[in-house]
Design a protein around this ligand. Structure first.
Ligand SMILES: NC(=O)c1ccc[n+]([C@@H]2O[C@H](COP(=O)([O-])OP(=O)(O)OC[C@H]3O[C@@H](n4cnc5c(N)ncnc54)[C@H](OP(=O)(O)O)[C@@H]3O)[C@@H](O)[C@H]2O)c1
Length: 273
């Protein structure tokens, strides 16, 4: 089991619009018990996330804040070390924080060059600007390559994971290399509501399909979840998934689902190479 100062239940904050809503949602999330908030430079909402963090009555040191930089869509030439340091400091400034708990490399493609990006992450780690280094959307080969360069430990790897994309290989890799696997799109952006096995288990326990998907993920060792919602009722019911204990039959039934659906599947996804 990797380091345990990591709240396994977090809030994802991506949205195409209404970005200012995140101030209120993040504040509400913290009030109902969330202690891990996930954002990214590219989400263009860090200032609103920061506002929510500031307005909530929870101390900074009790909250795990993660953000991400180095995105394939960032225009211009590949960033050099100074660009990465500036990008990270920009995140902190918008969030209104003097450190973040984790900074992820968002995508290991496009402007990503491991020999430039990772030493900059090491520097941010050494100077305490970031408490942990995270990677996102890597393959096992790219994880191996990154770990050859990085001096800082990889704390977490964030990838799409849910009952329709079970990520056995990356889960095994995370377990063997002692880092967290953070499941993004843990509700398959709503697709899990159309899975009969999930619905049946939800009916059996008198809970929502969202809670079943989240509880199944949390039943796996070293897995964390970051469901997104802008709805206060969902905010509350999702976090209650931490209290749902699925039985062995439920887990076996979901583990056995072989149908696959990848929600985030751009051509540049390194798994498509
Ligand atoms: N690293 C990466 O490259 C990457 C990529 C994608 C996502 N992420 C992160 O992962 C987070 C979550 O993934 P996601 O946003 O793709 O999808 P998701 O969390 O799987 O699904 C979000 C959708 O489910 C709905 N929902 C949430 N709770 C619900 C409930 N209890 N009942 C019914 N509907 C519910 C939400 O609508 P309502 O608002 O109406 O509840 C929203 O439409 C993102 O916000 C982001 O932080 C990271």
């Amino acid at each position: 089991m990797p380091a345990n100062d990591f709240p396994q239940f977090g809030l994802g904050t991506y949205s195409d619009d209404n970005k200012d809503y995140w101030a209120g949602i993040v504040e509400s999330a913290l009030e109902v018990g969330y202690r891990h908030i996930d954002t990214a430079q590219i989400y263009d909402n860090e200032e609103y996330v920061g506002e929510g963090l500031k307005n909530a009555s929870v101390s900074r040191e009790d909250i795990f804040v993660s953000t991400k930089t180095v995105h394939v869509d960032v225009p211009g030439p590949s960033p050099d070390t100074e660009d990465i340091l500036a990008a990270a400091n920009g995140c902190l400034e918008r969030l209104g924080l003097d450190y973040v708990d984790m900074l992820y490399v968002h995508w290991p493609v496009g402007v990503y060059d491991h020999e430039t990006v990772l030493p900059a992450y090491d520097r941010l780690y050494e100077e305490g600007t970031i408490r942990h280094v995270g990677l996102s959307n890597f393959t096992p080969e790219l994880l191996d390559e990154a770990q050859e360069i990085l001096s800082a430990p990889v704390f977490a790897h964030q990838v799409e994971m849910h009952p329709l994309l079970q990520q056995e290989e990356l889960h095994r890799y995370a377990y063997e290399h002692d880092h967290w696997l953070v499941a993004y799109s843990p509700l398959a952006q709503g697709e899990i509501f159309n899975v009969p096995e999930i619905q049946e288990i939800a009916d059996k326990h008198g809970v929502s399909p969202a809670q079943v998907s989240l509880a199944w993920l949390l039943s796996k060792e070293n897995v964390a979840v970051i469901p997104r919602t802008m709805n206060e009722d969902h905010l509350q019911s999702n976090v209650e998934a931490q209290d749902l204990e699925l039985d062995a039959d439920d887990i076996t039934t979901i583990d056995a689902i072989e149908r696959e659906k990848r929600c985030i599947d751009p051509d540049h996804g390194p798994w498509n190479k």
